[in-house]
Design a protein around this ligand. Structure first.
Ligand code: FAD
Length: 355
């Protein structure tokens, strides 16, 4: 089949690689310039590593990642809320923390090697036709071209998915949270191989070692606690005045231009995820709040499930059946993920009685 993928995030690149591996001709359009991946880092849990291994990518990602031994969740006074040991449990793969730019770069290189045609700095601007029995799907690109495809994969994220707007309409929900994410080149050996999750009233800081002494971190707070004009460092420090100086040290180790602020949205669960010859994957289908850190794993699961179900021939009935089976295989888990992430948000950012 001729497949057009929109978006070179984790979902889009994994789809492109897995589909090219199965003999499909894949074109991918990404609006950002190459090498400028948004976000700081991700934890790749067992099921995410399993997909990356199946795509032949784990060997190039693992050397640039940190093997995480566990996570400690603490209150501001240092008291442990709970601890998690990632080393047991019979998982085939260790939990790996990796900077997003390293993961996306490795995936981009693999997609090129598999013959995927990649175009950066090239947004999809609209879906001209969803396609059907005797008609291809048609996309309009930012350079004025029209692309016809047997299948268009919408991997264009949670905020303004062009494919999602056609398939399901706008479904994003502002969850009233603000987050700052960044990588810091070095925090020394302070954390070892253990991530820290610090909970204060209405605010939280997660710090994750991600290889080479570096960390990535995300500080999140209820939007009503964030003064509009106050510099972000002062805001984070005042919301999370941890006793052990971790917050201070993380902020001091972070260059100003490494920090990105986001208002946090998720998508209202539910479908549809496919229409005609259009299908959604990753955050475009089912974005959850980042409070549980499962978005990358869900995106990889979507890609491997969808690619594994696609028929070789573009006949519409068979394709439509495969898209239905993909949704059937993934929708319940994705829905549960959205609700689980909202529940964690309620516990962390809600009133103390919610904890
Ligand atoms: C602040 C924050 C922190 C997070 N932390 C974690 C974490 O620790 N662990 C974890 O597993 N997940 C985390 N997530 C979620 C995770 O990043 C996503 O769930 C995961 O990356 C899957 O993304 P995706 O590929 O579906 O979408 P994205 O990563 O959003 O990729 C979408 C791509 O599509 C491109 N695009 C958008 N519109 C167009 C267009 N019109 N034309 C062409 N290209 C377009 C974008 O530029 C982008 O490259 C976090 C999310 C946020 C917002």
């Amino acid at each position: 089949m001729k497949i057009a993928v929109v978006g070179a995030g984790i979902a889009g690149l994994a789809c492109a690689i897995a589909m090219a591996d199965r003999g499909h001709a894949v074109d991918l359009a990404e609006r950002r310039p190459e090498g400028r991946s948004e976000g700081a880092g991700v934890i790749l849990w067992d099921r995410a590593c399993r997909v990356l291994d199946g795509l032949g990518l784990l060997d190039s990602v693992a050397p640039r990642a940190e093997v995480l031994h566990g996570l400690v969740r603490r209150q501001l006074d240092g008291a442990a809320i709970d601890t998690f040991d990632f080393r047991g449990g019979g998982n085939a793969f260790a939990a790996l923390a990796v900077r997003r730019v390293h993961l996306v770069d490795a995936m981009t290189a693999a997609a090129r090697q598999r013959g995927v045609t990649l175009a950066f700095d090239l947004p999809a601007v609209s879906v001209l036709a969803e396609g059907g029995v005797d008609a291809p799907a048609v996309l309009a690109l930012g350079d004025g071209r029209r692309v016809e495809a047997d299948l268009v994969v919408g991997a264009d994220g949670r905020m303004n998915s062009v494919v999602g707007a056609r398939v399901r309409g706008i479904a994003r929900v502002d969850q009233g949270l603000v987050t700052w994410v960044a990588s810091a080149p070095s925090l020394g050996d302070r954390l070892g191989q253990v991530a820290v999750d610090l909970w204060g009233p209405g605010a939280r800081l997660g710090v994750v070692p991600c290889g080479g002494g570096g960390v990535y971190w995300a500080a999140t707070a209820r939007a009503d606690l964030v003064p509009a004009t106050r510099p972000w460092r002062e805001t984070v420090q005042s919301l999370l005045p941890g006793r052990d100086g971790l917050v201070r040290d993380v902020l001091a180790a972070t260059p100003e231009d490494a920090v990105h602020r986001h208002d946090l949205f998720d998508l209202e669960p539910g479908g549809p995820w496919h229409l005609g010859r259009l299908v959604l994957v990753g955050d475009a289908a089912h974005a959850s709040l980042p409070t549980t850190g499962q978005g990358a794993a869900e995106a990889l699961m979507d890609a491997s499930t969808l690619a594994g179900l696609l028929p070789r021939s573009p006949a519409f009935e068979t394709l439509n059946d495969a898209l239905g089976r993909y949704v059937g295989a993934r929708e319940a888990a994705a829905r549960a993920g959205v609700f689980a992430a909202r529940e964690v948000a309620r516990r962390v950012f809600g009133p103390p009685s919610a904890r």
